[in-house]
Design a binder for this molecule. Sequence first.
Ligand code: PAF
Length: 282
Amino acid sequence: MQIVRSVTRMQKLALKLKKQGKTIALVPTMGALHKGHLELVARAFRMADITVVSIFVNPTQFAPHEDFSRYPRNLALDCKLLRPLGVDIVFHPQPQDIYPTGFDTYVVPEKIATILDGESRPSHFKGVDTVVLKLFNIVQPDFAVFGRKDLQQSVVIKQMVKDLNVPVKIVVAPTVRDADGLALSSRNAYLSVDARRRALVISRSLFAARQLVLSGERNTAKIRNFVRRQLVKDAKADVDYVSVADAETLAELRRISGKIAISLACRIDGVRLIDNVVLKVG
Ligand code: PAF
């Protein structure tokens, strides 16, 4: 497994591999890897000749008050987890290499970035789209694998790829959870024992909402209220949003039909967590 730190070197290497007819699968990450990331890597490994994992804590997707500086970073541990999975290249650029002095061009998603997470994190998806397109241009992947836990992120990236004719197939892999239901996230490390216990209400309320839909409930307002009540009462959470939306467009629904996503974002003791369930209603 090679660790490549230089943008120019990574791009040259990728172009050389492509010339040799190799396919490349990329798993973009910010490091602090957990089992969820490792599932994405295993998926990438099965899809292409060369597996690249990028590890880069992207400053432009964090607002000034957010956790950029304290975001967990441990390259040695991440590499230790990746090596047994057959990863060919870890791409670990430095911020000044990705955003050199004079950097002045961003990818700005429009409507899709103003709802849900975009409402409480207004420039977040601009930072995500910008870095992801840069990673695509540097690594030249045929496939890129993202986790469904970040559902809106995957929708925003698919839209960018479609709108800008980027020749990459976006693959979205299921959310990985701890045995007690908590969706794996690098930010779970910020939770105290008590906050983690209360955070279990997140998946529990989503699973219960899914059950309500499967039992015939079609009124989306009832489902949103049902989830919100549990988050406030049982988890003492500050709720950013509870959404029942079309799973492909994330447009809010009044009545349930088709493939839907029930998603939420809330803060537990100041730690912002997101989660969702996706289901098809006949
Ligand atoms: O999901 C993440 O870890 C990040 O948003 C991503 C896609 C690596 C872009 O920085």
